[in-house]
Structure formats: structure tokens, C-alpha cells
Design a protein around this ligand. Structure first.
Ligand code: T4K
Length: 390
């Protein structure tokens, strides 16, 4: 086994031969399950001469997602970040909005692009989701909302956050980018808060290449979001809203429909791979796999915590995995509050993000998805085992 600096990408080869990226075992490898289903839908699109702008495939996808998640409205979007921005705008958020710093940077960037200050609250180290007590501390007269993130597909403390939002009369919605098909108290994620925002990026359990959606039970909100997605047009030549272009293309919707037709198999595969990791990792000292409750997640993210008692650091493990062409990630190190521009915004109110900072130095995300086999899991875990036991 060779060890090297994680930032040195000059020599990712095993045995001297530079491998194609597709040969690497990496986090984020897209799930492409139903290739023929996708291709035949693409033929249909080309024959129809209708490529985008609320086409039939987008409408079919929206209906199927709404049915699956048991929510009244699903509005398909071009990506999750634009969907977040549209939700922020449609809900009329202003001033400050509370978010976790332990998330992908897009959650905060969407606020920033809408001229709103993201205020970071700390997380519960056991769930990795917002700690309601920390959220409460950050509320002031400028606070107009909270964005909870269902990190790794595990539901936020929805009831507690809703209670806070109701008490202070502020808006609550969810960044559900990781949580397609996840469950909270027996109900699918999709109808909590004012609305929920999904990402269908190539790296997600359910993907439309690029894409996303906003789901809600609120008729009025759904109508505004639909207007905003299409420049604010209400019929030909009649603009009644300052909208943007947030539309999903027909090809993306075709990918979504193909993937949706076998999404149960995708989840089953993820679940089996997660269980293989569980078996392989459980006796490695100082390595703890983040657990999922049965049937409450899409099991897409394999998240490992390197505890204080581990003989090697998180960074040493990640470097060693990279040297073996296993491209694990340190998501979401170093935390959004330590990224530009938030680290420079001296007037950004911050509470003490003690748990976020501690956790951010300990987490590794390992590969999962259609491209990962049980044999791959054995290989990945044997690298970790050798390092820790050395
Ligand atoms: N909120 C949350 C909580 C999110 O996690 C995200 C996105 C968003 C909001 C915003 O949603 P979108 O606007 O993206 O729809 C990746 C994804 O680009 C991003 O969508 C995702 N979260 C985030 C967790 O992961 P990066 O910066 O890590 O991407 P990158 O290019 O390093 O790729 C990740 C891995 O996937 C690499 O190992 C390569 C592999 N990959 C990637 C693509 C695109 C492939 O194997 N094939 C591919 O086609 O952000």
C-alpha cells in the first residue's frame, strides 16, 4: 500500500498504469440503471420536437414523484440550488435565515444569492442535523426563516423545528437534496414545512443528470413557484412575476423516469451495500459507521466517523484510500462557515459551532451506488483495517 498527500493527483495509478476515472471507486458515481428505457424515451423526445418548457416528460415525472411522495405538488427544476433560490424567493424570506454549517455549500449560497444572510446554527453530533436548541439561540428580529437540511437522507428534527417556526412566526422549509424517498415518522419526506427542495444531481440516489424539484401541499405556493420557474409568464406575453429560468429539460425528465422505474432496486442495492459496510467495519477500532433506521432512508451516503481512539487520523485514511484509487470524500469539511464568503463576513452572526467543527474533522464518505459491489466494500474496508491495525 502506498501513502501520499491527498492533494497530489499526479499518481493515482495502481501498479503504474494510470486508470481511467471510470475505473476508480468513487463517491458520486451516477446510478444509471435503465439505459434502454432512457434511450427509447430520448428517441421519443427527438421525434416529438418538444425539448423543454414544461414538456410531457417533465409533467409525467412530476406526477409520478408527487404520487410516490404522497404530496399534492411537485415542480421539477433545473437543479437543486436554483430550486432553493426559488423557494427562498417564493416564501418571501428576508434579512437572516438560520441554516446548518454542516451541509453542502449550496444551502448557504442560495440565501447569499438572494441577498439574505445565512446564520449558522450548530448540529446534534449524533444525528448530524440541526440542533433545535442552537437554532433557538440564533433567532432575533431580523430572522425570517429556518432551512433544515435532511443530511445524508436522515430527517431533520422536523417537529421541533416546526414548533420553533410557529412560536416565532417565521417560515420553515427543508433542503431535502439527500432525502429522496426517505421517511419521517412513517411519512415520505416531501410534504413537511412550507415546502421541500430536492436535488436530482448525477451524484444523488435518484438522478436526472442535473435537476431538482420543489414539493409542497400548498396550492398557492406551488402556483407561485411554477410562475417563477418560467420567467413569471402566465400565458403568452403576460409576465406577472419576476421569474427566472428554472426549467427542467425533457432529456433530464427522461432520465428521471427511467431511474424512477427501478428506484426500488437502487434503494435495495444501496441498503445491501450499507449492510456490507456495517459487517466489514464493525470490529475496526475507532471507526464508526453512521447508522440508518430500517426503511427510513435511501441509504445512499456511507458516512464513517473516525473517533478519537482511532490509531490513525481521518486525513491519513483518506490519503491512503486515494492512493488506492478509492476516491472517498471529506464531505462537508471544513463546514460552510469556514468557506468563502462566510469566513470573511465579519458581521455574520455565529454561535459557537463546536459540534460542527469537531465533526468536520472526523468524517469520511465512502462510495455507494450502482457501481459499487460487495467485493469493492471488502477491498475498501481492508485498506482501512490494515491502516488502523498497522
Ligand atoms: N443541498 C445539499 C445538501 C446538497 O448536497 C446539494 C448538492 C445541493 C443542495 C445542491 O443541489 P444541486 O444544485 O447540485 O442539484 C457534488 C454534487 O455536484 C452536488 O450536487 C452534491 N450536493 C454534492 C454533495 O456533491 P461536488 O463538488 O462534490 O462534485 P464533484 O464534481 O466533486 O463530484 C463528486 C463525485 O462524483 C466525484 O467523485 C466525481 C463523481 N461524479 C460526478 C459527476 C457529476 C461522477 O462519477 N460522475 C458524474 O457525472 O458536489
Amino acid at each position: 500500500m502506498r501513502f501520499k498527500d491527498i492533494n497530489d493527483k499526479s499518481d493515482l495509478a495502481i501498479n503504474g498504469a494510470p486508470p481511467a476515472f471510470s475505473e476508480a471507486l468513487h463517491v458520486g458515481k451516477p446510478n444509471v440503471y435503465n439505459r434502454s428505457g432512457f434511450l427509447s424515451r430520448v428517441e421519443e423526445i427527438l421525434d416529438s420536437n418538444w425539448l423543454t418548457n414544461d414538456g410531457p416528460m417533465v409533467q409525467e415525472l412530476e406526477q409520478k414523484i408527487a404520487d410516490r411522495l404522497n404530496v399534492k405538488h411537485c415542480v421539477a427544476m433545473c437543479n437543486g440550488t436554483t430550486a432553493l433560490e426559488v423557494a427562498i424567493r417564493a416564501l418571501g424570506l428576508t434579512g437572516e435565515v438560520i441554516v446548518p454549517a454542516w451541509t453542502f455549500v449550496a444551502t448557504a449560497h442560495a440565501l447569499y444569492w438572494q441577498g439574505i444572510t445565512p446564520v449558522f446554527a450548530d448540529i446534534d453530533p449524533l444525528t448530524h442535523n440541526l440542533d433545535p436548541a442552537s437554532v433557538k439561540k440564533m433567532i432575533n428580529p431580523r430572522t425570517s426563516g429556518i432551512i433544515g437540511v435532511h443530511l445524508w437522507g436522515r430527517a431533520s428534527p422536523i417537529d421541533e423545528l416546526q414548533e420553533i417556526a410557529d412560536k416565532y412566526r417565521i417560515k420553515l422549509f427543508f433542503d431535502a437534496a439527500h432525502a429522496f424517498d426517505s421517511v419521517y415518522k412513517g411519512e415520505k419526506i416531501g410534504r413537511f414545512g412550507e415546502c421541500e427542495v430536492f436535488s436530482f444531481h448525477a451524484t444523488k440516489a435518484f438522478n436526472t443528470m442535473e435537476g431538482g424539484a420543489i414539493t409542497t401541499d400548498d396550492d398557492k405556493l406551488a402556483e407561485i413557484i411554477r410562475l417563477m420557474r418560467n420567467f413569471g409568464f402566465s400565458g403568452y406575453d403576460n409576465v406577472i412575476y419576476p421569474g427566472i429560468n428554472g426549467k427542467m429539460t425533457e432529456v433530464s425528465a427522461a432520465m428521471g423516469l427511467a431511474n424512477l422505474s427501478c428506484f426500488d432496486s437502487i434503494i435495495e442495492h444501496n441498503y445491501n451495500i450499507y449492510n456490507s459496510y456495517r459487517l466489514e467495519l464493525f470490529d475496526i477500532n475507532g471507526i464508526e459507521l453512521l447508522s440508518y433506521k430500517n426503511k427510513e432512508s435511501n441509504f445512499h451516503y456511507i458516512v464513517v466517523e473516525v473517533k478519537e481512539n482511532c490509531s490513525v487520523s481521518r486525513d491519513v485514511i483518506v490519503s491512503a484510500l486515494h492512493a488506492e484509487n478509492i476516491l472517498a470524500r471529506k464531505y462537508f469539511w471544513p463546514g460552510v462557515h469556514n468557506m468563502h464568503p462566510y469566513n470573511k463576513m465579519l458581521d455574520t452572526p455565529r454561535c459557537n459551532l463546536l459540534e460542527t467543527d469537531k465533526l468536520s474533522n472526523k468524517i469520511i464518505v465512502l462510495p455507494n451506488g450502482a457501481g459499487v459491489t460487495e467485493l469493492d466494500v471488502k477491498l475498501i474496508c481492508s485498506v482501512i483495517r490494515m491502516l488502523v491495525n498497522e
